[in-house]
Design a protein. Structure first.
Length: 289
């Protein structure tokens, strides 16, 4: 591993100043991806900035306005929070399968998102939950980006020089349920062949779908927001026929590759199966919570 400098600022202002220092800089939330990338030579930073001590990035709050999730909050805090397991269950699902228990004590949703892998487990869930990414930049400037617009290519995103992801914001949705599920090959690396997240809102009778969002990963250069598939569900009874139609619409927008984890054809088949199963579970959660 090459040598690099390390800083651990305690304020966001200090962190942003370091990010704009002119060096090859990388922020580190958990470091579970970053350190491995430095070790293997994929990244070669001169300076790593540990953001774990920044209060703004460790914020975790649920109010009437929704959820505010700091980018450095470790995964175990998410699936360990009963409120998140109930109201933002897809996010809890994702946090529970990002690495093993030891990894989850360090890894964060912010780090998973900023690594911007096509198979990232958190992004389909965040898409389903209508998350907005709050970004801070030089001079304290702030901007917000819908999560479905954050990734621009494999390992690439909209972050510009000197910027840090501060938090994610997700609204409250009445009569809703959400779920994330992935398929991984048995005895193979812990990376999704396909990952699907969905959030479904029901009417007061909990029989008809009033809104839906579906996110899918590992089947395109970036995680996808299957917007049209969600629209197809609106006004429909929450039943298998609706789920099948949505699944077909999702399969129609993906562009999977063939690699060591699965063929194009297999990924298309699994995507359809997972969309139907994830929608069914999201509806069940909406009806029982």
């Amino acid at each position: 591993m090459r040598d690099f400098e390390y800083e651990s600022p305690t304020t966001l202002t200090q962190a942003l100043e370091l990010m704009s220092s002119g060096q090859a800089v990388r922020p580190m939330a958990g470091g579970t991806d970053l350190i491995d990338h430095v070790r293997t030579g994929r990244l070669a930073p001169d300076l790593i900035i540990d953001v774990k001590k920044l209060p703004e990035l460790n914020h975790l709050e649920i109010t009437d306005a929704g959820l505010r999730l700091g980018a450095a909050v470790p995964c175990y805090r998410l699936y360990g929070d009963e409120r998140i397991r109930k109201s933002y269950s897809a996010l809890s699902d994702s946090a529970h399968i990002i690495g093993g228990m030891q990894i989850q004590s360090r890894a964060s949703i912010g780090g998973n998102v900023c690594t911007s892998g096509p198979a990232a487990d958190s992004i389909p869930s965040l898409i389903a939950l209508s998350a907005v990414v709050v970004i801070a930049g030089p001079g304290g400037a702030r901007r917000e980006v819908p999560i479905e617009q954050f990734c621009t290519g494999p390992g690439k995103n909209v972050l510009q020089g000197g910027e840090i992801v501060v938090e994610f914001r997700m609204p409250v949705a009445a009569n809703s349920g959400s779920h994330y599920r992935r398929f991984i090959p048995r005895n193979e690396m812990d990376i999704a062949v396909v990952g699907v997240g969905a959030c479904v809102m029901l009417d007061d009778s909990k029989s008809q779908i009033t809104a839906a969002r579906i996110g899918v990963g590992a089947v395109a250069p970036t995680p996808l927001f299957a917007e049209e598939a969600g629209r197809l569900l609106v006004g429909r009874p929450a039943d298998e026929a609706a789920y099948r139609d949505a699944a077909a619409a999702v399969v129609g927008i993906i562009s999977p590759i063939t690699d060591m984890r699965g063929t194009q054809e297999f990924r298309r088949h699994v995507t359809g199966v997972l969309v139907e199963r994830v929608l069914a579970e999201a509806v069940l959660r909406a009806r029982t919570h």
